[in-house]
Write a protein that binds this ligand. Structure first.
Ligand code: UDP
Length: 236
C-alpha cells in the first residue's frame, strides 16, 4: 500500500490518498483543540492512543454487525480506511447529562437521562456546528430519509454495544459523537473516530473523568487519562 498525496488536514488527523482508489490512510496527530478551535494544545501520544483505541472499538463494533471504515492498522498513528464521503452531521448520543446538554437544559452534570438522547449537529465550523433535527436534515438534503433511519439505528446500537463493553472495564459511557460516511456504492458506514477525544468516559467507581474534558477544563492529568483508557481496553 502506497501513501500518496495529503488530501486533507483536520484538527486531529490528516488524510492521505493511496494507490487503492477505494482506500485512504488516516494519520492521527497529538494536536488538541476545543471550543471550535479557540483552545489549542497538544496531548503527548494522543495520536497513538486514539488510533489504537478507535480501531479497537471499531473492531468490536464490526464483530457485532456495525459496518465501519476500518481496513487495517498500519502503524502507531496510521490506519487504512475505506474511502467515504462524510455525511456532514455530528451524531451525538447521550446517556447522562454533561457538557452542552447540561448548559442548555439546566440539567446538572451526572443527571441520568430516562431515555437515550440522540442529537445531530450540522458540521460547519463557520456556523459553529449548529444543532439540527430530522426536518432540517431532510430539507437541506444532508441525508435521505433512508440514510437517516440507518444512521439513527446504528447510533443507538453502537451506544448499547459500547456501554456494555465499557461497563466491564469500569468505565461509564456518558455521551459520544460519531460520524458516518457513504462508500462509493452509497452504503452508510461508521467513519471518523471513537476515542477519548470524542466520548465522555467516567470511571464507574470514582466518577473521575477519563476523556478530553480534562483538556477542555484544565483539570490536569490529561495524558494519564488517555493512557488509562487504552490500558483498560488493551492491557497496556
Ligand atoms: N463532541 C465531539 N466533537 C465536537 C463536539 C462534541 O467529539 O465537536 C463529543 C464530546 O466529546 C462529547 C459529546 O460529543 O462526548 C457531547 O458533547 P457536547 O455537545 O456536550 O459538547 P461539548 O461540551 O464537548 O462542547
Amino acid at each position: 500500500m502506497k501513501k500518496l498525496e495529503q488530501l486533507y488536514e483536520g484538527k486531529a488527523k490528516k488524510v492521505f490518498a493511496t494507490d487503492d482508489p477505494e482506500a485512504y490512510i488516516v494519520d492521527y496527530k497529538d494536536d488538541a483543540t476545543a471550543f471550535n478551535g479557540l483552545k489549542k494544545g497538544t496531548i503527548a501520544d494522543k495520536g497513538i492512543i486514539n488510533n489504537r483505541v478507535s480501531n479497537h472499538m471499531m473492531r468490536m463494533l464490526e464483530q457485532h454487525g456495525i459496518p465501519t471504515h476500518l481496513i487495517e492498522e498500519l502503524s502507531e498513528r496510521e490506519t487504512l480506511v475505506k474511502k467515504v464521503t462524510i455525511v456532514p452531521l455530528e451524531v451525538i448520543v447521550r446517556n447522562i447529562a454533561a457538557g452542552s446538554l447540561s448548559k442548555r437544559l439546566g440539567l446538572p452534570e451526572g443527571t441520568k437521562m430516562k431515555r437515550t438522547v440522540l442529537e445531530y449537529c450540522y458540521k460547519d465550523d463557520e456556523l459553529g456546528d449548529p444543532m439540527v433535527n430530522d426536518f432540517h436534515i431532510l430539507a437541506m438534503e444532508l441525508a435521505t430519509e433512508e440514510e437517516l433511519a440507518t444512521i439513527s439505528s446504528y447510533a443507538l446500537k453502537i451506544n448499547e454495544l459500547m456501554t456494555d463493553y465499557l461497563k466491564d472495564l469500569g468505565i461509564e459511557l456518558i455521551d459520544f459523537k460519531i460520524e458516518f460516511g457513504r462508500t462509493s456504492d452509497g452504503t452508510i458506514i461508521l467513519a471518523d473516530e471513537i476515542s477519548p477525544d470524542t466520548c465522555r468516559f467516567w470511571d464507574s467507581k470514582t466518577g473521575e473523568k477519563l476523556d478530553k474534558d480534562r483538556f477542555r477544563r484544565d483539570l490536569g492529568g490529561v495524558e494519564d487519562a488517555y493512557h488509562e483508557v487504552m490500558k483498560r481496553m488493551m492491557g497496556e
